[in-house]
Design a protein around this ligand. Structure first.
Ligand SMILES: Nc1nc2c(ncn2[C@@H]2O[C@H](COP(=O)(O)OP(=O)(O)OP(=O)(O)O)[C@@H](O)[C@H]2O)c(=O)[nH]1
Ligand SMILES: [Mg+2]
Length: 480
């Protein structure tokens, strides 16, 4: 028995055409051979890469279980780097569990969530951003999110970070060799960078105490160029998450302005209770709608006001969190008084780029009042009488389209772990730049450079701890 051979059902639970059971490890091929009988024994050799049709049988009873396709992918060029066998059975929970059970009887152990990918990482088949991209690709809610994940899956993020780490390693080696910059140091295509990391035409050497000012100039420019590369990566973090997780629109405003009515109107449902008494919605209500085929989570929040009972206050606290987390906030009002103190306080706290001010209950306004509203509001609607809703949808779409801009081919930071590590690396490289500028001891500068490098190594997985791996792979499904 080889305890390190893992097995799992890799397809979702349910009924369908094909279900897949995966095996990986030293005994994967032996175990599969014990329960698989090929239809054409002459051309059958599991130790080479191949696809075979045959039957799965129970070796204890010789009873046939299913007709299957077997894929044999011996290591080290398989997904996990180990010997991998995939069995494509008919998909029904009983068949799949029965085949899995036969493999467990052969000594396979049930795979934990993400264990195949974890083995792929440990065997050097994928880096950590690639592993993280797999789960993002599976969860992607838009074609743009899928492209961002696919770029990382092909190694784009690793490649970009690898270029930065090579620069850092060069700099650390030169610093440790007492700042002896070679003649061809400019091969790195360095441009000049100012203190803010912006490109500049200035070739003035900065002040410092190094014997050769041009060496110091090189060093400072070098750290600034690394800092600029890291800033660029960090800037690209914000937008991509919503493309993977899907967009969220919060409907906020004072009690009784018609938020729940609008949720019902946009989702074409009666999901939320509507009533004339203020403070009806206390918990938040979510409903998924589709915009150009993309899922959007619509959230109707408790009305925001200072007074209200304990339960309502809890709902209001929750509403404030949801507002801060949403991609778009529809701020609803039912009167034209744009100086309403409660409204002003809330609106001021929302980033204008994701805020749409909506005037509801327009059916109660005169033509003249409506014309006046046009300048203060992004949309004027009547949720009750379904008027102005298409125009509001268009306004939402414009904000939405800007957020969903096309994805470049480059690597992207796709989660907070990656962003936090880039920020840490960035802070350390900036400390190193200051160290050069203030002529600090090279040993101290070197420590900052190594801190910067270590954060990048942690991001790509060149250095890792068991905890880091567990945290990443626990989000995977069993069988991936
Ligand atoms: N005349 C008119 N009344 C509306 C309109 N939209 C909503 N109402 C009415 O306004 C009242 C409050 O509507 P809701 O949708 O429950 O308002 P809300 O903002 O969710 O209220 P809370 O949950 O208490 O914060 C109800 O009586 C609705 O019928 C509208 O466009 N015109
Ligand atoms: Mg409500």
């Amino acid at each position: 028995m080889t305890p390190n051979t893992i097995a799992a059902i890799a397809t979702p639970f349910g009924y369908g055409g094909i279900g897949i059971i995966k095996l990986s490890g030293e005994s994967a091929i032996d175990m599969a051979a014990q329960i698989f009988k090929p239809h054409s024994p002459d051309s059958f050799s599991l130790s080479t890469r191949g696809i075979y049709v045959g039957t799965i049988f129970d070796p204890a009873t010789l009873k046939t279980i299913d007709d299957v396709v077997l894929l044999s992918m011996p290591g080290p060029t398989s997904y996990t780097g180990e010997d991998v066998v995939e069995l494509q059975t008919h998909s029904g929970p009983v068949v799949l569990n029965c085949v899995l059970d036969l493999l467990l009887k052969q000594g396979a152990v049930p795979a934990e969530a993400g264990e195949f990918s974890k083995r792929a990482f440990l065997n050097g088949r994928i880096d950590l951003p690639q592993a993280e991209a797999i789960i993002d690709l599976i969860n992607a809610k838009s074609p743009q999110g899928m492209s961002a994940a696919a770029n990382n899956l092909k190694g784009s993020l690793f490649f970009e970070i690898d270029k930065i780490t090579s620069k850092l390693i060069d700099l650390i080696s030169m610093l440790e060799a007492e700042i002896d910059f070679p003649e061809d140091f400019d091969d790195h295509n360095l441009e000049n960078f100012d203190k803010n990391g912006k490109k500049t035409d200035s070739t003035e050497p900065p002040e410092g105490v190094f014997s050769d000012l041009s060496d110091l100039n090189h060093a400072i420019n070098f750290t600034r160029s690394i800092s600029a590369n890291l800033s660029l990566l960090a800037e690209k973090f914000e937008d991509k998450r919503s493309q993977i997780d899907g967009m969220t629109i919060a409907i906020a405003g004072r009690p009784n302005v018609g938020k729940s009515s609008l949720l019902n109107r946009l989702s074409n449902s009666n999901r939320a209770i509507v009533s004339s008494s203020p403070g009806t919605t206390r918990d938040y209500i979510e409903e998924t709608i589709f915009f150009s085929g993309l899922p959007i989570k619509l959230i109707d929040l408790a009305g925001l006001r200072e007074e209200g009972g304990e339960i309502e206050s809890l709902g209001i606290a929750q509403a404030r969190i949801k507002i801060s987390e949403s991609d778009i906030v529809l701020f609803l009002t039912d009167d034209m008084n744009t100086d309403n103190i409660d409204d002003t306080r809330i609106v001021d706290s929302i980033d204008p780029a994701r805020l749409l001010r909506v005037l509801n209950k327009c059916d109660l306004l005169s033509e003249a009042q409506l014309a006046g509203a046009a300048t203060s509001f992004d949309a004027s609607i009547s949720a009750l009488f379904d008027s102005g809703i298409d125009n509001l949808r268009e306004k939402i779409y414009i904000v939405f389209r800007e957020k969903m801009e096309s994805v470049s081919d480059s690597g992207h930071l796709l989660n907070l772990r990656q962003k936090t590590l880039i920020d840490a690396s960035h802070a350390a490289i900036n400390r190193a730049t200051q160290g050069f500028e203030n002529a600090l001891d090279p040993d101290i500068i070197s420590m900052d450079l190594k801190d910067s490098l270590n954060s990048l190594h942690e991001l790509t997985g060149k250095s890792f701890t068991e905890d880091i791996l567990n945290n990443i792979f626990k989000n995977f499904c069993i069988g991936k």
